[in-house]
Design a protein around this ligand. Structure first.
Ligand SMILES: [Zn+2]
Length: 438
């Protein structure tokens, strides 16, 4: 555990990151893992392997020490002392190298190439940071391939379930996760023993630079975002409301059990709760992403007897999620009573929020200010490997890089100038000495 981060001794000594190298590697990645329709780097598949091989090639060229773990994650380290010497916890900078099918070139890869650009800058300047700098290329972050989240980072931390290795299949070719990991050169026997390759003795801090996947930085005209936390969630993916189908003209108001109206009331009730909690300073987003009457039974002249819907509630605060669960229960009970309907919310799935380290947030803010880089301190709505590291008790930070057109599509648009601004903040951060907690 790291107690504090000393200020950089001499701000003028921060080595300029090698942005030209990153630009060249982005182009090579696009060329080798993409088509006109988009970028495809399947988890433990061909595209991801090409990306890992490229990063290893460049890291070797920079004289970094390369290691892989049982889950085939790649760690390239710029070492401060001789091999074999006792190592202090390192600064890890990284992200994932897989992509969704026909996705964009920057989601994930920007974080790994930012780490390489910073390491290459140190090499070029002929200086070493006060502690090891490890560039981490994490496997299989995109859940679209195996339907499971954060496979690589959980493997690194000994948190992958044996049942996932056997039971989870890759979309398309239906290869089992365990077989795909072994085929890529991993060691599923070690993963089954839940051996952690990384822990707090090795990882002093984990920093994930990532393109922003929403519009906040573009809207606010800021090149860099400093993430406060990754939202946790509770979801009801298959909820429904059951009323009674009846004639729309012949059924008086008092006799109606209208499922469509009931769900609409639930939406408005939770929107009111969201507004109230947000006004009181809570971080919260509430989404009814799917909403449908039964296509076979519903009709223009019928009162809806059934509506299927989904509900996705996310917040950086566990307490806020608990409050929203209570708001949901209250709203459901009162609408059921007043409308004569029944809600079946179905199974709840959930994830825990992950807060970023306050000292890292503060350090990023100070370094950005020194560089005159306008930043936005903001929550993160999407999941990232950083959440897994934070939940493992490792001090974690995230930098967002401004990006147009969202992500998971080939129109992702990150300006290299914005990427460079984030890399400079990182390079300065790496010059700070991590002090172990007493
Ligand atoms: Zn990503």
């Amino acid at each position: 555990m790291i107690a504090s981060i000393r200020p950089a001794p001499n701000p003028a000594a921060v080595p300029e990151p090698d942005i030209a190298l990153a630009e060249k590697l982005f182009a090579e990645l696009r060329e080798r893992t993409g088509t006109a329709a988009g970028i495809t780097r399947a988890s433990y598949g061909l595209g991801e392997q090409i990306a890992h091989d490229m990063v290893r090639r460049e890291a070797n060229r920079l004289g970094m020490t390369c290691e892989t773990d049982a889950g085939c994650n790649l760690y390239a380290t710029l070492r401060t002392g001789p091999d074999g010497a006792e190592r202090r916890p390192a600064i890890f900078v990284g992200s994932h190298l897989d992509s969704v099918p026909l996705g964009g070139n920057f989601d994930g890869a920007a974080g790994v190439l930012a780490g390489l650009a910073v390491a290459a800058g140190y090499r070029r300047a002929g200086i070493l940071p006060p502690q090891d700098l490890t560039v981490a290329a994490i496997r299989a972050e995109e859940s679209t391939w195996f339907g499971a989240s954060y496979i690589g980072s959980r493997a690194a931390l000994g948190r992958l379930e044996g049942s996932e290795l056997d039971g989870v299949l890759r979309a398309g070719d239906l290869i089992r996760l365990g077989a795909a990991i072994d085929a890529a050169g991993g060691d599923t026997a070690a993963l089954r023993r839940r051996e952690a390759f990384l822990d707090q003795r090795r990882v002093g801090v984990f920093i994930e630079p990532h393109i922003e996947q929403g519009p906040a930085l573009v809207d606010e005209a800021r090149p860099v975002g400093i993430v406060t936390g990754i939202r946790g969630s509770f979801r009801h993916r298959q909820a429904r409301c059951l009323g009674v189908y009846a004639h729309s003209g012949a059924t008086p108001r008092r006799s109606r059990r209208d499922a469509a109206l009931a769900v609409a009331r639930l939406m408005v009730a939770l929107d009111d709760s969201w507004f109230r909690l947000a006004e009181a300073g809570h971080d919260l987003v509430v989404t009814f992403g799917q909403l449908a009457t039964d296509a076979a039974e519903a009709a223009f002249s019928k009162i809806a007897g059934r509506v299927d819907f989904s509900l996705d509630v996310r917040s950086q605060s566990t307490e806020t999620l608990t409050l929203m669960r209570a708001e949901l229960a209250r709203a459901v009970a009162s609408i059921e009573r007043e409308q004569g309907v029944r809600f079946e919310l179905g199974e709840e799935t959930s994830s825990q929020p992950a807060l970023m380290d306050p000292e890292i947030i503060e350090a990023f803010a100070a370094l950005a200010e020194r560089d005159d880089v306008p930043t936005l301190v903001m929550p993160c709505g999407a999941g990232h490997d950083a959440a897994v590291f934070a939940q493992a008790g490792i001090p974690t930070g995230m930098l967002f890089i401004r990006n147009r057109n969202g992500s998971h599509n080939p129109r992702e648009a990150m300006e290299m100038a914005d990427f460079a601004a984030a890399c400079r903040i990182l390079a300065a951060f790496c010059l700070r000495e991590l002090r172990p907690a007493p």
